[in-house]
Design a protein. Structure first.
Length: 96
């Protein structure tokens, strides 16, 4: 019975920490999914649209067609940034 009480107290103390970690994870995931389903981004520098759908070249050299936040079929990586062709500034993409 004593072990059950200790386990219950530890669970009650750890629950808020795990809940906060889950909220942080969900916030990051929401930012990623919001951009992953969008066809374009707005450049923070010049305001032009940055298309996220097209033909992309991965860092490993593989070229694929589709959304920029699609995993590379060869190496499995995701891009970290997208370049605005209007002003040349890069926009950081969210991590998955």
């Amino acid at each position: 019975m004593n072990d059950l009480v200790v386990d219950l107290i530890l669970w009650l103390l750890a629950s808020p920490v795990y809940f906060v970690r889950w909220l942080v994870w969900m916030t990051r995931r929401w930012k990623f999914l919001r951009i992953a389903y969008a066809p374009s981004l707005i450049c923070r520098n010049c305001g032009q649209k940055i298309s996220l759908v097209g033909i992309w070249r991965c860092g490993c050299g593989y070229t694929y067609k589709g959304h920029v936040l699609r995993e590379c079929p060869v190496c499995g990586s995701l891009p970290r940034m997208a370049r605005c062709y209007g002003c040349g500034v890069t926009e950081k993409l969210p991590e998955s």
